[in-house]
Write a protein of this length. Structure first.
Length: 178
């Protein structure tokens, strides 16, 4: 029993800009700390760096149920489609409780019409052996942990997705990626 889905969420928002004016991969890897923080009350910090093998990485700190430190490495990096994978640290309920989980963050942009684009933001959280071991030690059933995580993730994604869309829209209309 490893690599099970703990929680999964998808949210959509409208971007009032043409698809051709959007570059999601450039957006995520140039998102400033303050821009990231403006997209959720639970966003704490963000930065971009490179892995030792030269792949781009977005490092995010946020509170989604637990304090999360995510190291998102590019997996799919296209203008209208981006998929990032992170072996993340989940810290909680106290600072001494730290486990690794896998977070897969995907976002797509699809044209609705010539001037409007749909942003789809998806997040999937998967277990690791470390995570399952900690649940077992605490006597927490996987189903209960999954239910709590699902509630937190769904609420977080519902808050951040329209704000991500607004940030992308602002940059697209300013012709940031043309």
């Amino acid at each position: 029993m490893t690599d099970e889905v703990i929680a999964k969420s998808m949210a959509e928002a409208t971007i009032h800009a043409p698809l051709a004016s959007i570059d999601l991969t450039e957006w995520v890897f140039t998102l400033t700390d303050s821009e990231y923080q403006a997209c959720s009350k639970n966003h704490i910090a963000a930065a971009a760096t490179l892995t030792p093998d030269g792949k781009r990485m977005s490092v995010n700190v946020e509170h989604v149920g637990n304090l999360m430190v995510q190291h998102y490495v590019e997996d799919i990096a296209e203008r209208s489609r981006c998929r990032l994978v992170s072996l993340s640290d989940s810290i909680g309920p106290d600072i001494g409780s730290r486990v690794k989980i896998i977070v897969i963050w995907s976002f797509n942009a699809d044209a609705i019409d010539a001037d409007t684009t749909r942003l789809t933001n998806s997040v999937e959280v998967r277990s690791t052996p470390d995570y399952l071991e900690v649940l077992e030690k605490r006597g927490v059933p996987f189903a209960k942990a999954s239910e709590v995580a699902q509630q937190a993730l769904s609420a977080h994604n519902a808050e951040e997705t329209p704000l991500f869309a607004k940030d992308i829209e602002r940059k697209a209309l300013a012709k940031r990626w043309e």
